[in-house]
Write a protein that binds this ligand. Sequence first.
Ligand code: PHE
Length: 452
Amino acid sequence: MPKRGSWRTRFGFYLVAIGSACGLGNLWRFPYVVSENGGGAFVLLYLILALAVGMPLLVAELMIGKSTRKSILGITKQTSGQNQILFRWIARASVVLTFVVLSYYAVISGWVLHFAMQFFAGLVRNTTIDPNDFLRNLLGNGLLQVALASVHLILAWLVVIKGVHEGLEKWIGNMMPLFVFLLIWLVFKSISLDTFANSMRFLFYPDFSKLSYSSLISALGHVFFTLSVGFGTMITFGSYFKETDHIPLAGFRVTIADTVISLMAGLLVFPILLHQSQGRFADPTLLFEALPRLLTQSRIGNLFGLAFFICLYIAALGASIGLFEVIVSNIVDRKKDIKREKAAQWTGVGVLLVSTLPAFSSNFLRQFQINGRGILELIDVFLISWILPIVALGMSLGLSKVLDEKVMAAEFLAPNKVNSAALYGHWKIALRYVIPGVIILGFLLELLGLIL
Ligand code: PHE
């Protein structure tokens, strides 16, 4: 049996876990769901849920990964009895979910790549680009979107086949500092726009009347998505942990880092969007529409645009590598005779095939719409606001059964530098009751909204 890799340094884990958590979810999805749900009140809800629901589940996923040293499908082999049936279905669902999410994620990452290349060309040629044509050409051309998605998947594949150190730790580790640097620089630029004060009010002033029956489940779905929980990603990352690593602290830090990056993304994106669209931006393409339009008006537009889309692309690539890695490590854990390279190859091909559906959603399949939402948006809402909370519900119930009491206690009560003993009881209550309870409440409210 090949020896399982482990993180070379603890810092390496943080870079990869944060690199995988920070992705399109923070920079593209967060602004769009926040605006769809009316701003400040939703942000507050999101912050509370990230800490009370997302973080405890993240800790549980890391913990089971560390204690079994397996990915989620590998763990199903070790469990027995009643627990096994529930857990096996959740495990399968989470891997299928990861697979489909990666396929539409790849399409949007392809858009980002395209915009980065256009701004680069504009910079080199010193020309301004026509932003309307820009997006229209891209969305109208399904084959171009498939081609861009395949370039993106090849890049992710190249990293994944190299394994934990040479692949994940090295590549994401190198990209993260650049991402953070670019993000800070861009936030400073954005703050100088005259819409900054308005966007602060929109983001942080909670007007609860703006919340709808769907807001709770949307916020939950987004929390799980942005923290990469419910996919088994953190189980796989936990399986590369060394014995001495402290899981609760790791879970806390990853949650805080991801949340801070989302808020920074809000500070960056909202002033720009408000500048452009007078508050109408609850649409997945709007970031790609409004931002270039604003940038082409300024002298340093091409440079700013290039920096923004490189930043977004780094985030998208890190997250895609995380998604890709989970599928591959599950296949390898489950089927010992399949090599990592082969598993990665087949995963890439399969994902690309599925990605044709979202890629053609704005052209060949444009007619297919429900409530004004095209295929790509429907996939996004269906997977993240429905399927993901269901899988997370199963995951919290499954993990609270499968996790051994001794393992849990050892993680929290270990005579360690960090004293987390006081948190142990709270965490168990969160895992067993708070997470399932809030998810069920979210679905009940959603149903109530549909009936009323
Ligand atoms: N958390 C990532 C984002 O916010 C998405 C993701 C989910 C990445 C699951 C890896 C695993 O974009």
